[in-house]
Structure formats: C-alpha cells, structure tokens
Design a protein around this ligand. Sequence first.
Ligand SMILES: *Cc1c(COP(=O)(O)O)cnc(C)c1O
Length: 387
Amino acid sequence: MKEILAVNRVLASGRLLRYARGERSYTARFETAMARKFGVDHVLTVNSGTNALITALAAAGIGPGDEVLVPAYTWVATALAPLAVGAVPVLVDIDESLTIDPADIERRITPHTKAIIPVHMLNLVADMDAILDIAQRHGLKVIEDACQCVGGIYKGRRVGAIGDLGALSFNHYKNMTSGEGGAVLCNDERLFVRARMYHDPGSFIRDHARFNEPLFAAMNFRVSEITGTLLHSQLSRLDSLMARLKARRTLLAKAFSNLPDCHISPHNDPENALGLTVVFNDERAAELLGQTRGVQRLIETNRHVFTNWEAVLCKRSFDERMNPHRWAHRDISYDPADYQTTLDVLSRTCVISLRPDLPLFVLRRWAKSLRRKATRTLAYLSPQAAE
Ligand SMILES: *Cc1c(COP(=O)(O)O)cnc(C)c1O
C-alpha cells in the first residue's frame, strides 16, 4: 500500500529521472537512509544485482588479465560479472556452510588473482574474517555478493558493507524488491566516485560533476525514481523480515535437532542466522527428503550449480575478439573433477524454506511433520536397519 502511494507520487510529479531532483530525489533519500542503516559511507543504486557486481569490479579497477575468485555454488551472475570487465572467473569450492571455502581460496590464488567475490547464499553469511585476512595477506580486493542476503548480519555488521565493495540485488526474489534493482556499497570515496561514474554516461553534466577522477567511458545502469521510491518505502520493513526469518529458523531447526546421520549446516555467525539448511551423511536421505514440499536438495536447484553455467564453462563471448580468456595469463579449467567437494556438499544438503508469510502455528505443525518424515527416512536408510 505504502508502495502504491509512493509510486503514484513519483508519477504525478512527472520527474522520473533521479538526477532531475538532485539531492531531493527519492533515490538519493533511499541511498542516504540505507547508508545509515547499513553503517556504510556510500550507497549507489543501480538497475540490477548483476550490474552492481560489474560496477563494483570496474570501480575496483579489475580488468583484462585479472583472475577473480568466485564460489562454484552461486547464481551465474557472480561468475559472469568478471567477464563483463575483461577478467576471468576462477571457481573455488564451497564448504558445508554453503559459502566459499577459505582454505580452497588459498589453493586457487595465483600471481594473477586480483579479487575475491564471497557470496552470502540463501541468507547464509560467508566466513568474512578468514576471507578478509587472506585478502590482506595477498593484496586482493573483496567484493561481497550479498544479493541473496540483503539485511543479513555477520558479527554485528551488515553483509555487503564489510568488504571493499558490496553488491545487493532487489530483484523479484530478494529480501527487498523493486522488481529489478541493485546497489553498490562502499566506504572508500574514490571507489564510490568511480562506481558512480561507471553507472552513468552523463556524470560530467551532473551537479556532482567535480571530482578528482579522470572521466572514463561508462555504461547506463541508473535507476528511475520509481525504483528509488519503491526501495525507500521498503527499507523500513527489512528488519521485521529479518526478525521473522530468525524466529522461523529457530522453530524449524528443532525439527532436525538430535537426529542421527544429519546436522544443521555450520553457520559463520550462528547468532544471526537467517537461513536453514541441513546436511545429511547419505545423499539418498537428502534426495528423499528433498521431495517434500518446502524442502529442496541443493544439487537440484540446478541454475545455482556451476555445472549448469554453459556460457561460463564454454568460455563463449558475444564476439571472440572480446573474449576475456584471450587476455588471461593461463588456461582456466572448469573441470567438475576439480570441484568434487562442492558437488558432494550440494548433493547431501537440503534447504528448508522458512515461509515468512505463514503464521507460526501453521509452521509449528509443519515442523512436526518434517521431523516425523526425517526420522522415518533416516531410519529407513540407516545401516543398522538394513542388518
Ligand atoms: C540475484 C543474484 C544476483 C544478481 O541479481 P540480479 O538483480 O538478478 O541481477 C547475483 N548474485 C546472486 C548470488 C544472486 O542471487
């Protein structure tokens, strides 16, 4: 409702370009409010999470010849973003937390590695302390992909606001949405000026035209005031969504506590966990339970598994002369044999939907039936039962 009024106000004003209203624009107000809420100096709204990642990479000066570390389990956009700036993605295994494995990051670093993109998947946070430590030792930029965890907290800080830069998505499926949309977060003034310049070909005619950064060729990733006002009116609801997710996670986690042959996925900040996934010892348990409504075995969410990213694996570009693999210093391998850990974890893990729209009493009943189902499934598969 609030959103309908907000959009009407923008349409009635007739000024849909964010820069038509300067600092009074709804988009600018959203950015200021979000910066305060997220404890970050700069927020730049862009038209998608993918473009937020690309803008962040461009701002950080990542380009041809550079290697960027991305997890083998994420939405394909994380791996496509480096290609858009001329760099190549190097895949890194995940661990049971379903986020990038710091130990494997160390193994995949080469002299050409320039950045790491940890992804906070399924509202689960990556091991930022370990990742920042590695980045510092090797001189790498950290660009957080917080597209699936907008509002999530890691040790007291909002994800997306912890690394050098962060990317958020506001597409239809995300915690906050304007249909399509995204944001770049950072503290460094120069990175912000570069991001703002990259996202708007008209930056030299804006009110903020004076900056100490030579003008470079840009894209148009701007948002309209319709997006800006939608996001502005949604921001205040983010924390109540977080609270609902947290309560529901606690409730549903009980359905899987103290069961044999399975455990809740380790979480990199258990106090603030907003997503629930369960790892089974036997992949058949995950397969059977994954057939339940509201439960999904992760290997079957196929668009998020690297083996399905055809364009990345085949190294195809719209024009061969623009193929970043021509500029890479070595042949990058995407052989599934090198990523067995990821495939193994995904085949044994199920995500449990937290259904924030359902009332708690319905959820309690569902939790009980899930527990019965899990108990039966595990008993049926257990080696003792077979004897
Ligand atoms: C949604 C998503 C993106 C991209 O966001 P779009 O707004 O759809 O471009 C990037 N990374 C991850 C992990 C996502 O889930």
